[in-house]
Design a protein around this ligand. Sequence first.
Ligand SMILES: Nc1ncnc2c1ncn2[C@@H]1O[C@H](COP(=O)(O)OP(=O)(O)OP(=O)(O)O)[C@@H](O)[C@H]1O
Ligand SMILES: [Mg+2]
Length: 422
Amino acid sequence: MSTIVVIAESSPFTGRLRQLTQQKVVGLRPTFTEHVLNSMLSTLREIDLVVISEEVDEEQVYELADIVLHHAPHVPIVLVRDHADALTQEWRAAGIREVLDSAGTDIDVERLLSRFIGGSVGGDAAVPASVPRPAVPEPPSSKSATSQLAAERLGIDRSGSKQPASGQPRVMVVLSPKGGVGKTTIATNLAVALGQKAPMQTVVVDYDAQFGDVASMLNVSAAHTIEEAFTERGVHPNLVLKGLLVTFEDNLLVMSGSDSPAAMEKVDSPQATQLIRQLSEEYPYVVVDTGSGLTDESLAALEVATDIIFVTTMDVSAVKALRRSIDLLDRLNLLPRHRYLLVNMADTGTGLTAEDIGAAMRMEVDAVIPRSTDVVLSVNVGKPLAAGRGSSPFLDAIDLLVSKVAGSAPRSKGGLFRRGSS
Ligand SMILES: Nc1ncnc2c1ncn2[C@@H]1O[C@H](COP(=O)(O)OP(=O)(O)OP(=O)(O)O)[C@@H](O)[C@H]1O
Ligand SMILES: [Mg+2]
């Protein structure tokens, strides 16, 4: 799969490209500061084509082309213009490879795509034909093209699957740019608590490709690990996926990470997205633990996530890194609608308060979890706190998340929830 970056404010062209190709289309706003665009270009390592839309003014076209050329000189730039004729000398000198009329037909656009990204514009059939329709929506189909275009004209973004309708499964991604802040501790406990509430309807996925330790925190030994979920170009059917899961306390399913840090190297982003999508067809609650940073797996999971749980500690560098990550995810249109912020390992006297952190993130802090030896002990002995009784600020935070997620989530396929933990 190729990545096409479209620089547009609200141009219908972005929506149109999404209709015409199954390649990944990432929209960036032209008003970004040079710094943000720079960092996005260096983060999106595999850009195959940059399209500058018709609404970007002439002067800015040159500035943007300059930035793109500086970071990714090999990447072709295509300019969309109203009433475009041929490439002018100036455009050519600025590094623009082709100009496309905004009123060009779909065939014109498809031809252009196949010229620059090669092969079929319809993607590389990463998904086996037998895979049933996903529960988490795929990118918009041609059926919804008109409404998508209308929405884009109004500046409304309906492009993503990040707007869960009621009854939609919940895919919750636990994320932090910093390591060791408690992501896995929170992801596993959240999954355990959801598993108790909706037995066998929750799966926790270890998407920390290098040092995943979900299975170890749950003290389960897995006969199969995550890389077995993937075929050479796609993902195995759901029936096969089920066979790869291990059960924790008869109510939670676990997709374990591999012991080998290289195991996920052959898996590309569309495959990683597809795995989460398929799991969400089978399980109303999918909890995804991620590695530190904005990894390929995290971004892939966010493509279909309904909820994101940000975790930070109380230090300036973690807070700043998280702020930058949130900004970047926002620009990439990868922020799900439901967002939570947990401050973990909170200490007093750090010079930062939860209010400061909330203000820096421009979002409310949902819970502050103090540093506690109970948490460390539970991790060290592989007995998640949520699996026991007792109460603590840590469990209050987990219960809060459960109530937010399960409060508006679908009832389990199997029927009634057994335990009300909120
Ligand atoms: N509230 C807390 N109080 C004390 N220790 C905690 C707390 N939360 C997590 N820890 C401890 O911090 C350590 C790191 O936690 P965890 O592995 O969950 O972080 P992580 O963000 O997943 O790390 P990585 O980025 O390496 O995957 C663990 O030893 C865990 O026991
Ligand atoms: Mg972890």
